[in-house]
Design a binder for this molecule. Structure first.
Ligand code: HEM
Length: 378
């Protein structure tokens, strides 16, 4: 009922948001403030329960629909917008597959992942991070780590500092696992690729057959995932290349993968960093590259000394869009920069390259995987 009501107020809310962007537009305000407000009007961050925009939305909803109870908060409205967008993205993909006469064996599991994400759409980026962390431990020389064994659920690995913030989604996926004949290792990667599809990103081919570890001793020791800051840009660049080359990736693939930071946000309690990279937190678009290329970032020390770390903020914009020192490397290293520019200009190109790189990532260390999609004989 609450959800139906929220959906019924969407048109009103969208009208209000459009109107507030207009009044904040450079046409009617000074250029910098105008841009900032425009960006914020697009923002999909969890708004605080009753921020200024929330009050505006609620006030308008109450005026237009006096007989209806007001929604709990502006974040309910944003959540409903996210749900509507996700439902549309899923329907479009289903129609495409239907046209090809294609069925996916993983469909029942995907439906449960959808239910889990639809309850709180901001979970989608966290599932992508989980897929990365459960695969990105791979070492091509020794053949250890990777997505093959699904070891991230063991406390030894889950409690590592790099994995802070992933416990809740791992526990929730445990419940989904208990309803299906699927390994954890398969589920963690499937949840990531399906979340990307839900956020309107590319379809990432997914194959199954990973075999779970049977004991915690098979977990990988801490220290294989990339660190956000090694002190300065050249050192951080060298570190990123060393980590991703160990997995078997080249420069172009590294840049394609880091574009996943277009979705989600950093939380101080998890990583010591805070804020989203872009205003479209649960949308998979190439805005990360556009921001990196277009805006000037400067060091932001507001969190240092308050349990947080040095990050970058957009110069002249009094907002909390941020970049990690590691993200800034992709802007400043000339070899990485070529691809940042290309992906900023061509989202379809990024989708294609991201899909290939993410499939490769989620198949690191695996053997004998089986196809998920089946085409019905015509
Ligand atoms: C240089 C490499 C990378 C570094 C240093 C890095 C670092 C980080 C950090 C510090 C966070 C914030 C975590 C938190 O506070 O909760 C984060 C979040 C995230 N990372 Fe990365 N990351 C890297 C590469 C990647 C890759 C390759 C992917 C996927 C392909 C990815 C996907 C994500 C996503 C989706 C989030 C948001 C999670 C959420 O909203 O809960 N990252 N990353």
């Amino acid at each position: 009922m609450k959800r139906r009501f929220v959906l019924s107020t969407l048109l009103v809310a969208q009208g209000v948001v459009a109107a507030s962007s207009f009044f904040a537009s450079p046409l009617v305000s000074p250029p910098l403030g105008g841009f900032r407000d425009c960006v914020m009007s697009l923002s999909e961050r969890h708004p605080p329960p009753l921020d200024r925009r929330g009050l505006l939305l609620l006030g308008t909803a109450a005026l237009v629909l006096p007989s209806q109870p007001p929604p709990a908060s502006a974040s309910d409205i944003q959540q409903a917008l996210n749900q509507a967008r996700m439902e549309k993205a899923l329907a479009t993909r289903r129609l495409e597959r239907f046209g090809r006469g294609e069925t996916r064996l993983s469909e029942p599991v995907r439906r449960e992942i959808e239910d889990f994400v639809m309850e709180d759409t901001w979970r989608a980026p966290t599932l992508v991070r989980l897929a990365f962390h459960s695969s990105g431990t791979y070492d091509k020389k020794s053949g250890t780590g990777g997505s093959q064994k699904g070891t991230i659920h063991y406390d030894r690995e889950l409690n590592q500092a790099d994995n802070k913030g992933l416990k809740n989604v791992v526990k929730a996926l445990d419940k989904i696992k208990s309803n299906h004949d699927i390994s954890r290792a398969d589920l963690y990667t499937l949840a990531g690729v399906h979340a990307i599809e839900m956020m309107g990103g590319p379809v990432v081919p997914w194959r199954w057959g990973r075999v779970d570890a049977t004991a915690p001793r098979e977990t990988i020791k801490e220290g294989r995932l990339p660190q956000p800051d090694m002190g300065d840009t050249p050192k951080t660049a060298a570190h990123i290349r060393q980590v991703f080359e160990r997995m078997g990736f080249n420069d172009q693939e590294m840049v394609a993968l880091i574009g996943a930071h277009t979705a989600g946000e950093c939380k101080k309690d998890n990583s010591g960093y805070e804020g989203p990279w872009t205003p479209t937190e649960v949308r998979f678009d190439n805005l990360y590259y556009t921001f990196l290329r277009k805006w000037k970032y400067k060091r932001d020390n507001r969190l240092t000394g308050r349990g947080g770390k040095m990050q970058f903020e957009v110069e002249g914009m009094n907002d909390d869009f941020m970049m990690l020192p590691a993200d800034i490397v992709f802007r400043d290293d000339p070899k990485f920069r070529v691809y940042v520019d290309a992906y900023a200009e061509d989202e379809a190109l990024w989708f294609r390259d991201f899909s290939a790189a993410f499939q490769k990532l989620t198949e690191l260390g695996t053997r004998d995987l089986k196809e998920d999609s089946v085409v019905a004989p015509s």
